[in-house]
Write a protein that binds this ligand. Structure first.
Ligand code: NAP
Length: 346
């Protein structure tokens, strides 16, 4: 049987902020049967994760291109791949059966053809909402958990600053830090987000960075004695200001630098003397480096979810047509929490 399959492509590579006009929705004819003798798996996509790192794949050059397979460049006109949850429609692979729920690197489309060697695993537990496996229980959660606990080695009572704090990773970092007993301040791009951080997620304080004229003095206001840990999601001038306000032996986890993804004139240029004399430890990381702690992360996070200690913030749109605007929205601060596209019900 054949069906129509809508999918998203980029029309061309681009180096600056994404626009919806950079994208195109294409419709192809898609077979729901597996070629006899092949290991192929046909998946009906149910929900798609929308992530900022994809923009670096859409550029003609990025240092991310030659690091890991899912950061490779995207070819204009070809289906875009990313983290997706789906249901198996047909399978030539003995490890997967029709109706299995699966998570993997599939396409921004209604249906995906999963070939031998593509990343795919079964979702065995039905305890939580499926979309959690793309966010709080997936790579966003692992980024927050590993970046905070493994890199920053936090202690109870330490002072923690998080940028893009209402986003998919940032909100979890702040919640983990509060659960440990740290003092936590977050920054975000609107009053609505600031209210969410303080009133729903339990941050000690938060501010709207777009309303601040001098970020250096803003951070002094929230951290009189300095910052022990900065979890950086944005880079640029916020990173400069955070470095200027770090305590001696402070730790900075560079998870991402979204303000630099769309404007390379905004690169951070921290005062290196601060880094030397305060003996600050700055380290970039990828969640994929920490698969060794995945089980520990998953068990602890599931427990926090069961006991209601961790709140889940999701921002959901529907349909393949909404993917370009959802992706563009990440760079305008439109999303609150994890951005998900729902395509079909289970
Ligand atoms: N290292 C890893 O393995 C890993 C894994 C996942 C994500 N990341 C990185 O972590 C960061 C957060 O990712 P996420 O998935 O959690 O996205 P997200 O925070 O849910 O969404 C992006 C948010 O970034 C903020 N933002 C956009 N442009 C900005 C700018 N120019 N300056 C300051 N803030 C800006 C916006 O919030 P505001 O309204 O607050 O501006 C927006 O809502 C990104 O840099 C991403 O690339 C890294």
């Amino acid at each position: 049987m054949e069906v129509k399959n809508k999918h998203v492509v980029i029309k061309h590579q681009f180096e600056d902020a994404p626009k919806e006009s950079n994208f195109e929705i294409k419709t192809g004819v898609f077979s729901l049967s597996v070629e006899p003798g092949s290991d192929d798996i046909i998946v009906k996509n149910l929900c798609i994760s929308i992530d900022p790192y994809q923009i670096n794949r859409m550029k003609s050059f990025s240092s991310s291109h030659h690091t890991i397979s899912f950061a490779e460049p995207i070819t204009p006109g070809e289906a875009i791949d990313g983290a997706v949850i789906g249901k198996v429609v047909a399978s030539g692979n003995a490890k997967f059966q029709k109706d299995d729920l699966v998570l993997g690197v599939f396409t921004w489309a209604e249906y995906s053809l999963v070939k031998e060697g593509n990343i795919i695993k079964k979702i065995e537990s039905s305890e939580f909402s499926l979309s959690y496996h793309l966010g709080v229980l997936g790579f966003n959660g692992l980024s927050a958990y590993a970046g905070f606990f493994e890199l920053c080695k936090p202690l109870k009572g330490e002072k923690v600053f998080v940028s893009a704090a209402s986003g998919a990773v940032g909100n979890l970092v702040g919640q983990y830090a509060k659960l440990l007993g740290c003092y936590v301040v977050g920054c975000a791009g609107s009053q609505k987000k600031v209210a969410l951080l303080k009133e729903k997620l339990g941050f000690d304080d938060a501010f709207n960075y777009k309303e601040e004229k001098d970020l250096n003095s803003t951070l002094k206001r929230y951290f009189h004695d300095g910052i022990d840990i900065y979890f950086d999601n944005v880079g640029g001038e916020m990173l400069n200001a955070a470095i200027a306000n770090m305590k001696a032996f402070g730790r900075v986890a560079i998870c991402g630098v979204i303000s630099e993804y769309t404007d390379d004139t905004k690169r951070a240029s921290p005062n290196m003397l601060n880094i030397v004399y305060k003996r600050i430890n700055i380290r970039g990381f990828l969640a994929a480096d920490f698969l060794n702690v995945f089980e520990d992360f998953s068990a602890k996070t599931s427990d926090y979810l069961r006991t209601g200690k961790l709140k889940v913030i999701e921002d959901v749109s529907s349909g393949v047509e909404s993917i370009p605007s959802a992706f563009v929205g990440l760079f305008n601060g439109d999303n609150i929490g994890k951005k998900i596209i729902n395509l079909a019900e289970e």
